[in-house]
Design a protein around this ligand. Sequence first.
Ligand code: FAD
Length: 386
Amino acid sequence: MSARDHDLHEIREAVAKLCATFPMDYWRATDRERRYPTEFVTALTRAGWLSCLIPEEYGGAGLPLAAAAAILEEIQKSGANGAACHAQMYTMGTVLRHCSEAQKRKYLPKIAKGELRLQAFGITEPSAGTDTSSIRTAAVRKGERYVVNGQKVWTSRAEHSDLMLLLARTTPREEVQKKTEGLSVFIVDMKAALGKGLTIRPIRTMINHATTEIFIDNLEVPAENLVGEEGKGFRYVLDGMNAERILIGAECIGDARWFVARATAYANERKVFGRPIGQNQGVQFPIARAYMATEAAALMVERAAALYDAGKPCGPESNMAKQLAAEASWQAGDTCLQTHGGFGFAEEYDVERKFRETRLYQIAPISTNLVLCYIAEHVLHLPRSY
Ligand SMILES: Cc1cc2nc3c(=O)[nH]c(=O)nc-3n(C[C@H](O)[C@H](O)[C@H](O)COP(=O)(O)OP(=O)(O)OC[C@H]3O[C@@H](n4cnc5c(N)ncnc54)[C@H](O)[C@@H]3O)c2cc1C
């Protein structure tokens, strides 16, 4: 075992230990009530796991992305729903690379201490959908402020975050050569903005995801909250996306491992026709297939994270990692449900909850079709299809 593997092993053990203090009935209750798991997020924050990517000079642990991936995988593998807090890791790709020194000094130490939460990422809009460059939310500079108007949808955790990274158009689409130009990223102080141009409306969904739609009406954002250069925001957001894809992939691997473990345990213990159901090849083969798919996808997640941490290009690997892992977790979830028969539908087995939760990752943060579009165009050099 290398020194690095050894570190990850210790991290995994510590995260698993913390997660074990939040038993399955905690997750059942938060899911049933669509309640934000504040206690869990607070415990992870206090233990320093959510600030693991923040460099030490700003009070974080300065760990590589592979460590963040291991943390999120362990959370999911424990049966928990890490969607409540994963964005603080996803957003770091943009923040660490593109925020000014002054912005980092202002926000990162407080995020690391748990005094501020950066859990909201406002990109998607109802009319633009996957076509991010078509967003309509506009920010117009007026002296030392930007005045922002527009609407976002699926802005998850907005009610539970102090800060939001917001993507808005600063130059009208007709005035830029490429539609990806003229977009900018802002840090929005959510608490200050609430009631002063920002309205948050929760969306009830099939999973407990604290997702919302937000309405922005003449919201004033100080010019100092612009991230990097005006008009370059699309690139800044893209820069964070490889990290996000790798981390989502790791979460899916955690889900898949949970499903495979649960399916195996149930197949061994449930007796029908006088023998364990797992003795039937019709039951054991799908579990073996799900296991193989999971292990193969995990290798791609590991490879993508290693490239990312080495500062090497990793677009294809990050996209493949996310897609293969999301497919493996869905395959494992479906197999786990089938293995449980009717009991898979009972809330107390947690399978139906995890089944719903893991399905999201074929849609968000990027749908499977768009990952295939990326591989077809950028790796296989087929004509762009969208
Ligand atoms: C629970 C949840 C949480 C989310 N959290 C956030 C968040 O925190 N922040 C945020 O900004 N967004 C968030 N999202 C948004 C998510 O990333 C989007 O839903 C996603 O980008 C797709 O946009 P859309 O739903 O409008 O689908 P659409 O763009 O309308 O696409 C619908 C379907 O058509 C397919 N499609 C579209 N165009 C093409 C094409 N050219 N070729 C092939 N297929 C195509 C898509 O793959 C998809 O299957 C969240 C979504 C959900 C459901």
